[in-house]
Design a protein around this ligand. Structure first.
Ligand SMILES: Cc1ncc(COP(=O)(O)O)c(C=O)c1O
Length: 400
């Protein structure tokens, strides 16, 4: 009898974590490494949020809470959805989990049966397909290339829907491309979904506040109220408020689904950390100036990275609307040989050679379902980004 489960055999460890770990090991061994792999803001959590957490500890808020969130936080989340998205939810329609990741996972675990299909636009966040597989469902990637700015078209969505489709996962702005759907583009997808009432929508709005220029964030339940009853609107404080380590995410949707998600959580982790919930309460109800300041810094870094990467030989880097990632195309580098003598046969080889020969760690595109590309997380100081991009330029210049 094998010791490990069949479930485990269906999934693989996160490649983004693998890259971050490898970069950390090289750094520890004394190598000059710049990590552009991790998906987290480099800013510290704002002081008012840290203070709220300290107050919660001092007030003894250190015990179990309601499984899917304290009432005050649920009320603050309802207020956030109304204020920022024009969406009306009651506290019974809200669930709070240990990071956005847990709420998405709970939803899939609570709803996927063998044979159920989940449509996932590619390039995708690495965890979506594996979470669907863990839940027993079948991921159905729909690839959007550089020609459509990494956004799927209504025709592609229509073609991917079958009688077995349970969910359509929507993520805008996207990890890993930063691509954001305009209202018109999302309207087109919503029109398709209206024609298929058996398909549920999981909107992962994690990067809502990280949008640039005059781009306006939008989410399916807001664009098309007729989809409200079959949409799970997911969000969290990790990226917007520089709170990745606090582990608080939340989702809003129909009461029956929210209850089912709570059941999964009650038999796995129980409530998210009590202190973190009070910190998230402050994040959502306290001063919001941090968001605009944050956005400005990321927009400047995006412009820096896009222009420097486009100046590298063989790299084409579109300008994304949001998040803190770019997803350059390296088709012109494939088949070339590096200064160190490595034949670049695919994007994984490119990323490995880049790390070994220049000390810059990026994540290869195959991990996200579209090649040949790589992902840069630009949530790093400007001067570090400048140095990393210079090294990438030098690496590409010597390819023969
Ligand atoms: C698109 C997307 N959704 C969800 C998450 C999970 O966020 P959290 O850290 O709150 O679990 C991430 C984190 O990288 C992400 O990129």
């Amino acid at each position: 009898m094998p010791f490990l489960s069949d479930t485990l055999a269906r999934v693989k460890p996160s490649p983004t974590i693998a890259v971050t770990t490898k970069a950390a090991q090289l750094k520890a061994a004394g190598k000059d490494v710049i990590g552009l792999g991790a998906g987290e803001p480099d800013f510290d959590t704002p002081q008012n949020i840290k203070d709220a957490a300290k107050r919660a500890i001092d007030a003894g808020r250190t015990k179990y809470t309601a499984v899917d969130g304290i009432p005050e936080l649920k009320a603050a989340i309802c207020a956030k959805f109304l204020r920022e998205n024009g969406l009306t939810y009651t506290p019974a329609q809200i669930t709070v989990g240990t990071g956005g990741k847990q709420t998405l996972y709970n939803a899939l675990m609570a709803t996927c049966n063998p044979g159920d299909e989940v449509i996932i636009p590619a390039p995708y966040w690495v965890s979506y397909p594996d979470m669907v597989l863990l839940a027993g469902g079948t991921p159905v990637p729909v690839v959007a290339g550089i020609d459509t700015a990494f956004k799927i078209t209504p025709a592609q969505l229509e073609a991917a829907i079958t009688p077995k489709t349970k969910w359509f996962i929507f993520n805008s702005p996207s990890n890993p491309t930063g691509a954001g759907y305009t209202r018109e583009e999302l309207r087109g997808l919503c029109d398709v979904l209206l024609r298929h009432p058996h398909v549920w929508i999981m909107s992962d709005d994690m990067y809502e506040h990280l949008v640039f220029g005059d781009f306006e964030f939008c989410t399916p339940a807001e664009i098309e109220p007729a989809l409200y009853d079959r949409t799970l609107t997911c969000n969290g404080v990790s990226k917007s408020y520089a709170m990745t380590g606090w582990r608080i995410g939340y989702a809003a949707g129909p009461v029956a689904l929210i209850k089912a998600m709570g059941t999964i959580q009650s038999q796995s982790t129980s409530n998210p950390c009590s202190v973190s919930q009070y910190a998230a309460l402050e994040a959502l109800t306290g001063p919001q100036d941090f968001l605009a300041e944050n956005r400005k810094v990321f927009e400047r870094r995006r412009d820096l990275v896009v222009s420097m990467l486009n100046a590298a030989k063989g790299i084409t880097c579109p300008t994304p609307e949001g998040a803190f990632y770019v997803y350059p195309d390296i088709s012109a580098c494939i088949g070339k040989v590096t200064a160190g003598g490595t034949l670049i046969s695919n994007d994984e080889v490119f990323a490995t050679a880049l790390l070994e020969e220049t000390g810059v760690a990026v994540v290869f595109g195959a991990a996200f379902g579209l090649s040949p590309n790589f992902r840069v997380s630009y949530a790093t100081a400007d001067e570090v980004l400048r140095e990393a991009c210079s090294r990438i330029q030098a690496f590409c210049a010597t390819l023969t």
